[in-house]
Design a protein around this ligand. Sequence first.
Ligand SMILES: C[S@@+](CC[C@H](N)C(=O)[O-])C[C@H]1O[C@@H](n2cnc3c(N)ncnc32)[C@H](O)[C@@H]1O
Length: 198
Amino acid sequence: MDSMDAPEFWDDQAAEFDEAPDHGLRDAAVRGAWAGLLLPLLPPAPARVADLGCGTGTLTVLMAQAGHRVAGLDFAPRMVALAREKIAAAGVAADVVVGDASSPPWKAGSFDVVLTRHVPWALPDPEAALTMWIDVLGPGGRLILIEGRWSSGVGLGSADVAELVLRHRSEAEVTRLDDPALWGTPIDDERYVITSRR
Ligand SMILES: C[S@@+](CC[C@H](N)C(=O)[O-])C[C@H]1O[C@@H](n2cnc3c(N)ncnc32)[C@H](O)[C@@H]1O
């Protein structure tokens, strides 16, 4: 089997990826929970948002529907193809490209927000990637890192990710995401969002 830092690993999961309630947000209550969490974390629309490791583009579309100018990036071509289909079906404008989240192909200062959901844990060098993400943020830009250490044994703990962020930024606010409405089921592991505005 391919390792999770190979695009083939994620391409193999693309067709079924949206079946998980928090991935596809097909259930209105779960979708509403993510909208209620995420949209207030963003600056007023239209903000320029980079959704790195965007997968099938579910959050890309959610944010574009709220009026943001979203660019998605993922290194798995099947994920990108599904994201583009989802964007077209939703009738919103958002660009999604195949690329490496560890070195996004954008100029410094291109975005107001860099958002990732469940991505740093899958990267070979999360700190190196983080420095690139900070680079593509303009002054006052926000980092929004949704991450977890799951009961499956994989993932990154909030203290470790906060410590990583604080090596490069002065704020790393951790909010636990324990609400079962976000996941479509009760959870007993560590899920959180780290917000860094400076
Ligand atoms: C757990 S999925 C999360 C997808 C999406 N962010 C979401 O929450 O629905 C992880 C995603 O990160 C992508 N990914 C992992 N490593 C990557 C890298 N180095 N560059 C770009 N994408 C990457 C995978 O292809 C996959 O789509």
